[in-house]
Write a protein that binds this ligand. Sequence first.
Ligand SMILES: CC(C)(COP(=O)(O)OP(=O)(O)OC[C@H]1O[C@@H](n2cnc3c(N)ncnc32)[C@H](O)[C@@H]1OP(=O)(O)O)[C@@H](O)C(=O)NCCC(=O)NCCS
Length: 163
Amino acid sequence: MGNSENRLQKRVEDSQIEQVFQVRPEHLNGAGRLFGGQLMAWIDEVAALVGLRHAQSNIVTASVDNLEFIQGAYQNDLIVLVGRVTFVGNTSMEVRVDTYVESMVDGMRRPINRAYLTLVAVDENGKPQKVPQLCIETESQRAEWEAGQKRKAMHIQRKKEGF
Ligand SMILES: CC(C)(COP(=O)(O)OP(=O)(O)OC[C@H]1O[C@@H](n2cnc3c(N)ncnc32)[C@H](O)[C@@H]1OP(=O)(O)O)[C@@H](O)C(=O)NCCC(=O)NCCS
């Protein structure tokens, strides 16, 4: 996608990750639900692993967009996080993380959270460095790419105007 400078290209599947956790007593808040901060830590961890696999270098989380808690989760629930790259810039990558509760009876997945994280590849001095391009292969990947482009434009506008 837009690869005019001969950068290495990688596919979405090359870095996609699925990770499973079980909700334990130490993950609950006072109301007996999965603590939102715990879920955010898992989301950040999964996004970072996706970013590491795509960039094959150190990465840092720069920002989080559209983090949406859709439903709660409870003790013993199986939490499945699926992370994949949706968009890349020069040194930044956007990773979408979808979180589900998976039924232990029939394996059906119920979405409970969705978030988009921007990660930046950095060198040993913490300086941003280039990431591989993303090879777009499907219509849904293209739609995600275009949405990612819009979110990046929003970041730039927010930074410029300070809102
Ligand atoms: C993220 C960071 C490296 C960016 O450094 P910077 O000097 O602002 O770098 P630049 O302005 O050159 O931007 C580099 C890229 O990051 C993107 N970026 C910077 N700040 C961003 C933000 N807040 N949200 C989204 N993207 C951001 C830029 O758009 C640019 O993308 P591109 O190269 O794909 O076009 C720096 O702000 C940082 O180190 N932040 C702390 C990260 C951290 O500690 N995270 C928590 C633990 S992992």
